[in-house]
Design a protein around this ligand. Structure first.
Ligand code: ZN
Length: 377
């Protein structure tokens, strides 16, 4: 069912014009250039919600993915997404230590460490002291940990899982934190970003990671610690996000007998909501849902894997205010060009999924993950 969104374009253009308000309104019609409707996946729920042992956790963060983005993507996709097919859902409050409206650094740090901090801070508390992140707490216990993102690796969300810097914009310092980090697997943007780092940093990373530009590189199989850098993390990246999610699951499974923790970020939902670009927001959310599917399929087969899907904050004050289930037409209003303080949705699947079926702080999510994996602080 590959119906494109280019349906009834002329009619919809008329409707949209008729409905125009002083807010920006954009239809999904233009999304045909980026996205087609895709099948969603519904797993069996045999192990879902059971209080059995959790061996692996996959945390998927849709940057900026609030209710507006999820609603618009779900209805544009004919009414279903893999994430909305799941049976456990909750809400997440995202305020940072110094701001009612968080940024990705403070919220990423909350998800990565269980502690709230100031906007702009990566892996540091409000007094600028390093806070141990989930990979640092789990690796000594025998877990293998990884991150995958469609941002640059120095982006605030992936950085929160390996770096400790008081300024999220300090790219070189963040990359320089990678060699001493606890990550076993990392993949994010990009080859050219890596090559723009100081040679000393590049060398230090090459000494501690096998660095590949191609997931089919034979060096992957022989490696013990991997950094895979794609050429692009923009919408021309193909199936990078779902494929690399699968690659990370396979890699971390193979490199740990105890279990693994993987964070996967769909980073560009946020970026397109900042620009109030609906078609690209939909394309990014649908692509993210493909990564969710890869995680859910693995968890269903494995039986000891908990999958958590949420967001670091809402972006764009995105509201769905019209649509058509049959054509996939959706109409949204963007109320802002920045982040909003709205609670974000959380979906969960696997053992102990119900622990997350409540209203909670972003920092609580990390505390619960650590507790389930036996690293309660
Ligand atoms: Zn943002």
């Amino acid at each position: 069912m590959k119906k494109t969104f280019i349906l009834l374009a002329a009619l919809l253009a008329t409707l949209t014009l008729a409905a125009q308000t002083e807010n920006t309104e954009i239809t999904a019609v233009a999304a045909g250039a980026y996205a087609t409707q895709q099948d969603s996946y519904t797993p069996s729920f045999k192990v879902d919600g059971k209080n059995t042992r959790v061996r692996n956790v996959i945390l998927l963060i849709g940057d900026g993915m609030g209710h507006g983005a999820v609603n618009a993507a779900m209805y544009a996709n004919g009414g279903s997404l893999t994430m909305t097919n799941l049976r456990t859902f909750g809400l997440v409050r995202t305020q940072s230590a110094d701001n009612f409206t968080t940024d990705s650094a403070a919220s990423g740090t909350a998800y990565a460490t269980g502690r709230k901090t100031k906007n702009g801070f990566v892996g540091k508390d409000t007094a600028r002291v390093n806070i141990p992140n989930i990979p640092e707490l789990l690796t000594p216990l025998g877990y293998a940990c990884g991150v995958v993102s469609t941002d640059d690796l120095n982006g605030a969300t992936p950085a929160s899982f390996f770096a400790h810097q008081a300024a999220r914009g300090d790219k070189e310092e963040i990359w320089a934190d990678l060699p001493a980090s606890a990550l076993k697997f990392a993949s994010a943007g990009t080859q050219s970003t890596f090559e723009s780092m100081p040679v000393l940093t590049q060398d230090a990373i090459k000494k501690t990671f096998t660095v590949v530009y191609d997931p089919a590189d034979p060096a992957v199989a022989a490696s013990d610690r991997l950094l895979y850098l794609p050429e692009s993390v923009h919408l021309d990246r193909g199936d990078y996000l779902p494929a690399t999610t699968q690659m990370a699951i396979d890699y971390l499974s193979k490199h740990s007998k105890k279990g693994f923790f993987l964070m996967v970020e769909g980073a560009r939902i946020d970026k397109h909501e900042h620009a109030n670009e609906l078609p690209e927001t939909l394309a990014e959310t649908l692509d993210f849902d493909k990564a969710v599917e890869a995680a859910v399929r693995f968890a269903e087969k494995d039986g000891h894997t908990l999958v958590i899907i949420s967001a670091d904050h809402e972006t764009g004050a995105t509201i769905l205010n019209g649509g058509n289930l049959e054509t996939g037409f959706v109409r949204t209003v963007f109320g802002s060009g920045s982040h909003s303080p709205m609670m974000v949705p959380l979906f969960a699947f696997g053992p102990h999924s119900r622990d997350f079926g409540c209203t909670q702080e972003n920092s609580d999510v990390a505390i619960k993950i650590l507790g389930l994996l036996g690293a309660r602080k």
